[in-house]
Ligand binder design. Structure first.
Ligand SMILES: [Zn+2]
Length: 186
């Protein structure tokens, strides 16, 4: 009888430890990420959707209106790997290019020999437009939909890119359209 009682106590002690362990795990591990994978597995493609709650749907087409996607997003599988770090939008050279969201000019210059402008929108997201010439200076505040430059020849249409945390490439269409309908136009 006594042994039985001790066994019971041991069991409940074990259960208590298990519960404590579970509670500790819950307290110290991040919530399960709601990951979306864009275009396959690899570097910079997995994004926790919960982190993008304030981003998705707050961006607009840099062409002002929806245009055809000439080339889809195909992020590199390593920081220097090959791929397509944005989407190409069907716009002709000479077209006006508009900021996808309000923000601050982060960079104006050349990227891989092509004139480019980057806008920092939030703590998380900045967008880049190539090949685009701009009169704007770094640090200039821009409104959503404000003209930021003129598309130049040298790439199929407008190369529109987005980065999260200043490092990972993100499909910029995700910011405009959400996780659905990310396929290129047929
Ligand atoms: Zn491109």
């Amino acid at each position: 009888m006594q042994a039985e009682g001790m066994k019971k106590n041991l069991y409940s002690f074990g259960a208590l430890l298990a519960a404590l362990g579970a509670a500790l795990l819950l307290a110290f591990s991040p919530p399960p990420p709601a990951l979306i994978t864009i275009g396959g597995q690899g570097f910079g493609q997995n994004v926790n959707l919960a982190r993008l709650a304030g981003e998705i749907g707050h961006y607009q087409w840099p062409s002002r209106h929806r245009v055809k996607i000439l080339r889809a997003f195909n992020p590199p599988t390593s920081p220097w790997g090959s791929g397509h770090r944005g989407v190409d939008l069907d716009m002709s050279a000479g077209s006006e290019v508009f900021s996808a969201r309000a923000g601050t000019v982060f960079f104006v210059g050349t990227i891989a020999g092509k004139p480019s402008i980057s806008i920092k929108h939030t703590k998380l997201i900045r967008t880049t437009y190539t090949p685009v010439t701009s009169d704007l200076a770094v640090g200039t505040a821009v409104k959503s939909g404000q003209k930021i430059g003129i598309l130049q020849p040298g790439h199929p249409g407008l190369h529109f890119g987005a980065k999260i945390d200043d490092y990972h490439y993100l499909n910029p269409l995700l910011l405009i359209l959400g996780p659905i309908r990310l396929l290129p136009d047929a």
